[in-house]
Ligand binder design. Sequence first.
Ligand code: FNR
Length: 344
Amino acid sequence: PPLKSLAGLPDFDWAARHYMNLSSYTYYRNGAAGEWSYRNNLEIFQRFRLRPRVMVDITKIEDSFETTLLGHKFSAPFFISPCARAGYAHPEGEVGLVKGAAQGNILYMPSLYSSRNRSDIYAARANTSQVLFQQVYLDDPSINVTAALFKAIEANGAKAIVLTIDSPGDGVRHRAARSGVGSANTGYSLFTWEFYKQLQTLTTLPIIPKGIQTVEDARLAIQNGAPAIFLSNHGGRQLDTSPSALEVALEIFEQDRGIFNETEVYADGGVRYGIDVLKLLALGVKAVGVGRPFMYANTYGAAGVKRAVDMLKYELANDAANLGVGDLKKIGPQFVQWKPSGWW
Ligand code: FNR
């Protein structure tokens, strides 16, 4: 289907199904085990109702999209989450995502398990001021190997390290296994918060733990010096029936909401519409990640990625206006309703 005929992010899933070969598409699409978390990530957003306010001046809504993440400026409070093997969708692989992110002026976090070399990915930046946060797994967590990896990432020009901590074991992925594609993730047994503190001594880059799924671990991350935390259940690909980031954000909001002011909180999983972004921001999340839709959009290369960025900005502007939010920085929990109220 031509790019201009696509109306929203879910359409890229449909298009990718059409263009990608089955095993590659399945690798992207897959969730763990019964895929309950995969589906819950999508469905949970519908269970939160909005509380729209009317007669609000919304003429400047788009001026409030700009945000800073760890001090770096971006045009919107959403970003491209790290996903392995972008080359399955397009020969340019991660390069299409770097270029699309640059054109849309949003953050991209390349995965360590990229299809292209890290040097190609960083060379594709519009200029050296394009900010990328580099995701890592510590396949070999020995200090020397990790120190060398972090130095190499600094030399590449990354502005932060995103350390994925939700995958000490392999995800059980039946759908992909059936189509013959294995998971890339490998476990590591040293991961403790003491080890995280040791890692901070190896690099000047901030290290953002990705895969926080409880209020307890959010608090521990802050106590151990995390410059930002990333709520995620890995797109429902690791531990089936793990909570969606929206549920974790709610848990934090209800039990220890100061966390949202003490550190930058990022969240991803199941975000497909502008209203999904708004619901996470309303609870206190600073920026929202989107994984699969951008991977699927990359079947069209950078142009597809840019189009996906534009679609989400368009929805965000219109949904915020209809919600009566004139300034994204002022959105708050009063705009959402999650307690069962009898009529839904
Ligand atoms: C991922 N994800 C992921 N996360 C990570 O930290 N490192 C990685 O290499 C990968 N690889 C990966 C591959 C594919 C194909 C997918 C779909 C996901 C998880 C990713 O960062 C993010 O948490 C989820 O994709 C968010 O959920 P949605 O937006 O895909 O629903």
